[in-house]
Design a protein around this ligand. Sequence first.
Ligand SMILES: Nc1ncnc2c1ncn2[C@@H]1O[C@H](COP(=O)(O)OP(=O)(O)OP(=O)(O)O)[C@@H](O)[C@H]1O
Ligand SMILES: [Mg+2]
Length: 331
Amino acid sequence: MSNVILKNVRKTYDNNKTVINNVNLEIQDKEFVVLVGASGCGKSTLLRMIAGLEDITDGEIYIGDKKVNNIPPKDRDIAFVFQSYALYPHMTVRENIAFGLKMRKVDKATIEKKVQEAAEILNLTEYLDRKPKQLSGGQRQRVALGRAIVRNPKVFLMDEPLSNLDAKLRVQMRSEIKKLHEKLQTTFIYVTHDQTEALTMGDRIVVLNGGDIQQVDTPDEIYNNPKNTFVAGFVGSPQMNFIEGKELSLDENILYGIRPEKMTKIDGDIKLTVEVDISEMLGSEKIAYFNIGENRCSAKLEPETQIGKTIELSIKQEDLYKFNKETGERI
Ligand SMILES: Nc1ncnc2c1ncn2[C@@H]1O[C@H](COP(=O)(O)OP(=O)(O)OP(=O)(O)O)[C@@H](O)[C@H]1O
Ligand SMILES: [Mg+2]
């Protein structure tokens, strides 16, 4: 079993700043969980505490039902993949992948077999004798993954492993890491600040803000049933429109939310005429930007939509989200 449990976990750095407040989280065996949130919200801190690279101020962490608070990183049965691949420049790919096993005094034949297997899974076989500087960014990242795979860890921890790659390679590596997860059948905990990466990769997503968990759910639930304005605004691009209650009804205590793709030209219950000040043609869709009262909004429209000075849009009642204007909680 390689489940991971966090109970009332808190982290305060020396400067007395609390960066993780009171996190409770249960990650199932073989699950792919993504921790997502803006820069500085505590993602790396949380991951590093699971790895044992950072002390826990309060609370308990269990890996495979064993409390690991006082167990050093090397004995936690985890593998960590960093954003900066952290390869040894003077070693070949083969030596880099084998390094951890060699340190653990695993016998030569077993090391060679494991390196070969990992290289095959990751399409690195033909590069085994090269040095890291002779590889592309994507290939280097695969070597970093190879080094983690050969250890057969109970849990893979990855901190923004794709953020140094260009956009196209990032998309490609996204599905390679998903395939790797299916093949290895182990628990993955993956950190990113990119909501698209979170939505496309996670079995479940943990949305963090300022050291607090905002919501833990499947990508579908996070997108369609956000618990509060933070989650609603964090996932989706362009982001959800927020409109003051008084603009659409008489209730001033409500903040309405509507996704840009749900503001259409098709007949809905609420009709609006808006003044478009910018529009963007993205090939498969056209985005129009405008104000509703003081609220900056956008609509995702068919690419052939003609946009004049004004445009008629409509909203279906059922597509509106309602939030408490004060607390941001979903009503
Ligand atoms: N060693 C440290 N000492 C003091 N404060 C720290 C230390 N490491 C991180 N912090 C602070 O803790 C907070 C959380 O940092 P963390 O690195 O976990 O954020 P993050 O979500 O990973 O951000 P990013 O997306 O930028 O990597 C930040 O405010 C950061 O300044
Ligand atoms: Mg980080």
